[in-house]
Design a protein around this ligand. Sequence first.
Ligand code: BYC
Length: 472
Amino acid sequence: MSATDYLERIPNNVSLKDNRRLLRALEEWQPKFLEWWKDMGPHGYQAKDVYLRTAVSVDTQGWAQFGYLRMPEYRWGIFLAEPEPNRAIAFGDHKGQPAWQEVPGEYRGTLRRLIVTQGDTEPASVEQQRHLGQTCPSLYDLRNLFQVNVEEGRHLWAMVYLLDAYFGRDGREESEALLQRRSGDRDKPRILGAFNERTPDWLSFFMFSFFTDRDGKYQLASLAESGFDPLARTCRFMLTEEAHHMFVGETGVGRIVQRTCELMRAHRTDDVRAHGGIDLPTIQKYINFHFSVSLDLFGSEISTNAANFYTLGLKGRFEETKKDDDHRLKDATYPVADLDGERVAMCEQPALVALNERLRDDYVVDCARGVARWNQVIARAGVDLELTLPHRAFHRAIGCFGDVRVSPEGRVISQAEWDARRDDWLPTKADETYVGSLMRPVTERGKLANWIAPPARGINGQPMDFEYVRLG
Ligand code: BYC
């Protein structure tokens, strides 16, 4: 492909045509990306026309253009939110100074690590979801899966842009390594725990999109506050796309819950498995699993890394600029959940080292709102049961609860009690086998698998029976 072709293929608002060095780096990386997409991207459907949204600019007209295209021809572009004139750093030791347009030399390594950690999650999620197309519950859902996948690909591009444009040779090496690690691979795993878990079925996919993509929202929002302006602007634009991913998760689980309740009422039974549905206790176990592994993504309760990221002006808090305090936090404290002997108790900690926990708190509140909406579906159906979030200490691998066993109610328990109760709380092999047995592809226009209700509306005003993926 010639340089002009690349400029055509990579819609951008970073003046790529004037930056030959960056263009060359991306020209070299792009075929490797496509190779990775071929090997690790969605299995099947690569030659089919999919009704996708593509961002071709950052204005209201351009960021959501709908049309049919084949996934490998998706235009993975590079977009930064519009610059904020005279933007100043909003927090930490550099508060009030002009935001950096170049990487400050002394923070190079730290910043690169943050960008690589963020970037690593994007291809990881595509890898985790690569087989789901084979078992889609409808063409509508299949299209949404692919939309999420191409946009995660674009988010990888966004991080690779930062690495290639601002971190020289090191950055280019990291860009390559992002295509070499593999989700779940024992020898070269993805960096963060949740991104090495399997997403074997659509219930897991919707839970992942609700819980794990929501970690993405909070991490991106914190990086969108960064003093390094290109990172802040990149993340701000990514957040516009992230909203759809969480919508897919929330409505996906909501539609399963709705269908389950319909089956419960129609057959006057809690045992909807007999009628091909996913029972509410199984849904609860999947919530317990995905919530807990996503909580781990926020890091330890007490973290000097987090304090440094903040003090150096690299990563802020959620909605930093809306908070009414000194934005330095040197003397502030924050309540953090900790182990006090056999119980979980709150204790005041220096606010700077507690920033991971603070972000986790924001996230938990947001998750609870979504669960409340699922419970409205259940209540409207007249079913007497509520889904809940397990206690934050339940089933944790990272942080102070990583070494203890805790029940979903937050009681510290023995290993023996955990062993006896684990299968009541987390999906078992039998649960996974049952859910797996429901995963049969439904690809007829307007048709839907039996275990999920139809969406309230189609994509971009299209009807449910629209040909979201052309199979002919
Ligand atoms: N798994 O000081 P600590 C998304 C490591 S999702 C494995 O507590 P820190 C998306 C940690 O790296 C958002 N290792 O943690 C969603 C550190 O290692 P070193 C992704 C873990 O550094 C769906 C050590 O343990 N973005 O976008 O304060 C689909 C001590 O850690 C884990 C980001 O995460 C773990 N869960 O915070 C697609 C933002 N947790 O330094 C996309 C960028 C901790 O001792 N990342 N460790 O070698 C960060 O801000 C931070 O790296 C973390 C960790 C918040 C993740």
